[in-house]
Design a protein around this ligand. Sequence first.
Ligand code: TLP
Length: 344
Amino acid sequence: MSRTVDLRSDTVTLPGPEMREAMAHAAVGDDVFGEDPTMNELQEYCAELFGKEAALYVPSGTMANQTSLNAHTQPGDEIICEYGSHIFNYECGGPALLSGVQLHPLRGERGVLSADQVEAAIRPANVHHPVTRVVALENTHNTAGGVIYPLGTIREISELAGNRGLRMHLDGARLMNAVVKTGISPGEYARSFDSVTMCFSKGLGAPVGSVVAGNADFIARVHRYRKVYGGGMRQAGIIAAGALYALRHNVERLAEDHAHAQLLAQGLAEISGIELDPSLVETNIVMFTVPSERLTAQNLSEQLKERGVLMLPVSDSRIRAVTNLMVDEQDIRYALEQFETVLA
Ligand code: TLP
């Protein structure tokens, strides 16, 4: 029997029958008039979840980040971020294109910046320099391999930012993975930030959408930019219902994804030639190095794909696997068997 195990991303998750049922029966209205009850319910739920005055549903994680950065900045400003961050690498140069700002990437330790590093990067007041306006962090950190930002470090950076008049933005696309793993509440994380984003269409398994939370003035500006970017939503309650369902039913189960990632990591570490340290796998993302003297990451991924195992090559020698709600323990064991066969 052929099996497909899709570990390319947690974005590949499909809505199950109960989620579809919730979506089919969602109460809807015209959200541009503020009249979609399900959109309003989701936004109120998220504002409360993050302990913020307001929240806004947006079509994607990228739009959540870009509208937030736009609302925080003036053209010519600078945003401190991490070298491997999504806003620096995978958002099409959006900050330059949409907000007229530049990014100032710093190399973190497995994606995590220190307050000292951030402090050293803040521009002194000088006519030559851009104005440092925002510090943007990512939790969990995608390209570092699902790394959780330590709360103590977040607080140190946030305190520094407060003292220096900088805004704090969190790309929390996978924040719930950190929440479930650490037991630290979303509100506790969000307290250190002026803006927080989170995606419903990753590990939480909803088909579409992300949220931005912050104070009411900030969210009003984000709302305006969402409209500018063509993100006026009409009967979006249909998709917002999927997000609400995900928040109510799919948060705690992220622990299963973490257990599956650990199982995968431990199995891979035992395969000769593959390099990874399972103790560094904290959530649902497993990054590993392939034996590049024998084959490239692309080549190995293609051979695995022929056997129904899908993963994402992220460089010539590195592959990313992301566990998600479509994948169970047997799938992980199957994936490991295919590795052993291909690399035998
Ligand atoms: N990440 C995707 C790809 O774009 C790389 C993935 O498969 O991991 N922030 C973070 C930390 C993300 O990982 C992503 C998506 C986003 C933002 C953007 O979300 P979308 O794809 O909804 O715009």
